[in-house]
Each structure stands twice: as structure tokens, then as C-alpha cells.
Design a protein around this ligand. Structure first.
Ligand code: AHM
Ligand code: MG
Length: 336
């Protein structure tokens, strides 16, 4: 409609979050400031990802540039962008990035109460063929900003105050939960603003899709094997499920949230803890799933209840539609 094309009452993400926060009289806008710095990082990375093919074709990436400096890889650039954006927000005290072995303790003068755990560019092995990749983050708070140590990041996922991801795909999509459901925003590149396009995302209760790296089937445990077998040859007369696996967690989870189904990265004989990292992959996605009405399970317990021992710990995970995860839990309960 013509009227729609000229709308000027767009719900930008900043307006949306300010609205949400006005419900809490004690809120001082710190979260909004932190979020605006995260969003700036996402816009920067989005633009760099969009230009990646161009840079490759021109022989720039991995090559040396005119100044004789080596071109940095996108995952390295993304990490630097987020570290700088987060520290300069003045609202963080501790950062954990997939790209950095040790946690970063923010200098006292720039400290705020938030801990941010993040994977700056997940699925980066997919960059060269143009598959969707993304940034994943989780946010915690600390009480005592004066004495911050790495242990402050070893909180269970149930203490998260917010989590989300940004997907660099056919469009740039930012999905966020602050504990009041899940909302999705799409970047309007002409405005440079994220606009609310997917209000109150709820994952369908059942799913017709399953998503797993089936190349690992030889090493799976019995419940995973049984579940997948049942996807292909259902015993209750229901139609078989379709397989969708991109191999890029943000894209696989985004589809699972919108269409329903199950995403899994199970344990196997070679990797008893699976592949995915608790702090900045498993926890944020589990939080979003639960906030959208789904579930997240490790094979032993609710994923958000795990307490990490080290910042880069891994865990098996099954995420998705409520009923699918119920089935998975039953299979594990019966295999004991
Ligand atoms: P990365 O952090 O090294 O990019 O690895 C994480 C990625 C996820 O995006 C994805 O779900 C998974 O690895 C795919 O692993 P696999 O190639 O073993 O199926
Ligand atoms: Mg990753």
C-alpha cells in the first residue's frame, strides 16, 4: 500500500527497547546504551561481510595491501570491532570472546555492570561460499564491578539478562530477548536502522524439520540415533521429517525458531561434550528457544542450568520445538 511505503512511525530497535525499559522505573538506560554499541558492531560486520566476496575477487583478502600490511580475516576483524564497541560503551566490566583465550577485564575507568559473552563471527568457515553467518551474544550482570575476575563469567545460562544473535544473510536480521519473549528486527540498509519485523516470535510446538550433521552418525549415542531414525521412518504413521542443515548455527537456529523442528549438536564417541561452546553458543540460543516457547536440553539436563567450569567449555545440545525436545528427553530417560 502507498500508505505503508511512506510510514514514518517505524518501530526501530532503540524505540522498542526504550519502550520496554520504561516499564522498569529503576532503569537508567545503561542497557540501551550497551545495546546501541552492540548494534553498531553488527552493522559494521554486516557491511564487511557483504564486501567479502568483492575483496576476495580483487585478490585482497589474505593478501598484503598497499601499506604492506597483511589483510585481516573477517573473524579477526569482527572480534576487534566488538571488543572496541563493548569497551567504549562504558557499560561492561568483563568480556568473553570465542576468538580470545582469556577473558578481557575492562579497565576500571570504563567499567559498567554488564558481562558480555560473544562469538563475533560464528560459522566463519562458510564465508567463502556466501552462506549466512552470524554474531551470537549473551549478557549477564555483576554486583561488584570493583573486583571483577574471570570467574564472574562462569554463571549458568539461567542468570542471563539478555541474549541474541545477528544473522548476516540475504538480509541482516537481529534477534533479541531481554527475558520478555523474543523479537526480530531487520536492518533497513538505506536508513541504517533495525526495524521490528518479527514481533513476539513463538516457535511452533511441533516440527517437520530436523537439523544435524549426519556425517557424525557412526559415533552417535543411542538416543540420538533412535531420534533421527524415527525422523526418517516414523513408527506412528506420521510423515517423515525433512532434513535441513546449513552448518552455520545462527542460520540453523533462525530457521528452527521460525519454522519449528529440532537442531542438535550431540555428543559422540570422539567428542563427549559435542562441539558447541556453552557461554556464547549454547546458552544464548537456549535462552532464545525457551523465551520463544521451545526447550533446550543437553542429554542430561536443561541446558540453561549447566554451570560452566571454564569459559570455553563445550556441551552437547538439543534445541527446538517443545514436543520434539520432550521426545528427546524421553529417549534419554529410557536409555539409562
Ligand atoms: P565455529 O565457531 O568454529 O564457526 O564452529 C561453530 C559452527 C556452528 O555454527 C555450527 O552449528 C557448527 O559449527 C557446525 O559444525 P559441523 O561442521 O561439525 O557440522
Ligand atoms: Mg562459533
Amino acid at each position: 500500500h502507498e500508505a505503508d511505503a511512506n510510514r514514518t512511525d517505524l518501530m526501530t530497535i532503540t524505540r522498542f527497547v526504550l519502550n520496554e525499559q520504561s516499564k522498569y522505573p529503576e532503569s537508567r538506560g545503561d542497557f540501551t546504551i550497551l545495546l546501541s554499541h552492540i548494534l553498531l558492531g553488527c552493522k559494521f560486520v554486516c557491511s564487511a561481510v557483504n564486501k567479502a566476496g568483492l575483496a576476495n575477487n580483487l585478490g585482497l583478502a589474505g593478501d598484503t595491501n598497499v601499506q604492506g600490511e597483511e589483510q585481516k580475516k573477517l573473524d579477526v576483524i569482527s572480534n576487534e570491532v566488538f571488543v572496541k564497541a563493548l569497551i567504549s560503551s562504558g557499560r561492561t566490566c568483563l568480556l568473553v570472546s570465542e576468538e580470545i583465550e582469556d577473558a578481557i577485564i575492562v579497565p576500571p575507568a570504563l567499567r559498567g555492570k554488564y558481562i558480555v559473552v560473544f562469538d563475533p563471527l560464528d560459522g566463519s568457515s562458510n564465508i567463502d561460499c556466501g552462506v549466512s553467518i552470524g554474531t551470537i551474544f549473551g549478557i549477564y550482570t555483576v554486583k561488584d564491578t570493583a573486583n571483577v575476575a574471570v570467574e564472574a563469567a562462569l554463571q549458568s545460562g539461567s542468570s542471563l539478562v539478555a541474549a541474541g544473535y545477528c544473522m548476516y544473510g540475504s538480509s541482516c536480521t537481529f534477534v533479541l530477548s531481554t527475558g520478555n519473549g523474543v523479537n526480530g528486527f531487520t536492518l533497513d540498509p538505506s536508513l541504517g536502522e533495525f526495524i521490528l519485523t518479527h514481533p513476539n516470535i513463538k516457535i511452533p510446538k511441533k516440527g517437520k524439520l530436523y537439523s544435524v550433521n549426519e556425517g557424525n552418525a557412526k559415533n552417535w549415542d543411542e538416543p540420538t540415533t533412535k531420534y533421527v531414525e524415527n525422523c526418517k521412518f516414523p513408527k506412528d504413521g506420521s510423515p517423515p521429517k525433512s532434513l535441513r542443515y546449513i552448518g552455520s548455527m545462527v542460520a540453523d537456529i533462525h530457521r528452527t525458531l521460525l519454522y519449528g523442528g529440532i537442531f542438535m549438536y550431540p555428543a559422540d564417541m570422539k567428542n563427549p561434550n559435542g562441539k558447541l561452546r556453552l557461554l556464547y553458543e549454547v546458552f544464548p540460543m537456549s535462552y532464545l528457544m525457551e523465551q520463544a516457547g521451545g526447550q533446550a536440553f543437553t542429554g542430561k539436563q536443561r541446558a540453561l542450568d549447566v554451570v560452566p567450569e571454564k569459559i570455553h567449555d563445550r556441551s552437547p545440545v538439543f534445541l527446538g520445538s517443545y514436543d520434539e525436545i520432550e521426545q528427546m528427553k524421553e529417549l534419554y530417560a529410557n536409555s539409562k
